[in-house]
Write a protein that binds this ligand. Structure first.
Ligand code: FES
Length: 107
């Protein structure tokens, strides 16, 4: 299943097929669709882990209003993947805790 219209990103259908990387693993995606949609289509449900308990979080609001879909995208932590459109070759990683505690964010 793919998202063909998103209330924030608009019309997302018709994007060419591209490859993105989730924790180093290549995944098929469509250019312009939300990163979160590409992950869900690949069966990935946990996008980040909470700081204190390490609990998994995934898609919740899907319109950029919460923090559950935040991941490290191309080295930038706290990226809301539900409102971030796919681009060829994106590097998407599970986020652990908050940005300042995330060693992969480069800070
Ligand atoms: S799921 Fe709420 S901001 Fe993305």
């Amino acid at each position: 299943m793919r998202v063909i219209y998103h209330p924030i990103l608009g019309d997302t259908k018709g994007g060419r097929e591209v490859t993105i990387f989730f924790n180093g693993k290549p995944l098929d995606a469509r250019e312009g669709e939300p990163v979160a949609a590409a992950l869900l289509a690949a069966g990935i449900r946990v996008f980040r882990k909470t700081r204190k308990r390490g609990e998994g979080r995934g898609l919740f609001c899907a319109i950029g209003r919460c923090t559950d879909c935040m991941m490290v995208v191309d080295g930038t932590a706290n990226t809301r993947t539900c409102i971030t459109p796919v681009r060829e070759g994106m590097d998407v990683k599970t986020q652990f805790g908050l940005e300042e505690r995330n060693p992969s964010c480069g800070k």
